[in-house]
Design a protein around this ligand. Structure first.
Ligand code: HEC
Length: 156
């Protein structure tokens, strides 16, 4: 008897969860996608080697630029909300799309921060790399990207 009421309870909880998740799907989210790359974009300000461009785009641009690539699962709640939140918080800290508009001092500080975030493995966020395996830095990629960024920082 006790076993059956427990199962019934679980069933009710599951039903409620399905209804809530279902309802969430109808709430619209804001998309972070401008047409094309802005002329102020980091990649337009410097001559960035292809390998480094690709890595930064894949690993950072979804949250730190005006051009998020949306996959099918990004349309599903609560993933869509989580991404929307990451994008607004991420862009507030660092926005590669407006790099040209940062002062030299700001550029230096941001580069320092970018280097340490990648070096420590704090960025890209681990909740992100769970789904985006290609954003993970291999040891070689890390060395390559960090060396280039450090050179850029020294040259400013
Ligand atoms: C899934 C979204 C996401 C991705 C991908 C991502 N970031 Fe972030 N980033 C954030 C958020 C959100 C914040 C602000 C909150 C925080 O610090 O956790 C942030 C903060 C930062 C900061 C400021 C941190 C500080 O405390 O000074 C830097 C620098 C940064 N990110 C660099 C990067 C770089 C470089 C990459 C790519 C290698 C990257 N991020 C990838 C979401 C992301």
């Amino acid at each position: 008897m006790r076993f059956r009421t427990k199962r019934k309870k679980r069933c009710i909880i599951a039903c409620i969860a399905v209804v809530i998740l279902g309802g969430m799907q109808f709430v619209p989210v804001q998309r972070n996608k401008s047409s094309g790359m802005s002329s102020s974009d980091f990649m337009n300000v410097y001559q960035v080697p292809d390998a480094i461009q690709n890595k930064l785009r894949v690993a950072c641009y979804d949250c730190h630029s005006n051009n998020t690539r949306y996959s099918w699962y990004n349309n599903i709640q609560p993933v869509a909300w989580l991404l929307e939140r990451h994008v607004s918080l991420g862009k507030a800290e660092l926005d590669f799309s407006v790099w040209k508009d940062y002062s030299v001092r700001r550029k230096r500080t941001k580069l320092k921060s970018i280097i340490s975030q990648i070096d420590e493995g704090a960025m890209p966020l681990s909740t992100y790399t769970l789904l985006h395996r290609d954003a993970v830095f291999s040891k070689e990629e890390k060395e390559l990207v960090l060396e280039w960024l450090q050179q850029l920082r020294d040259s400013l």
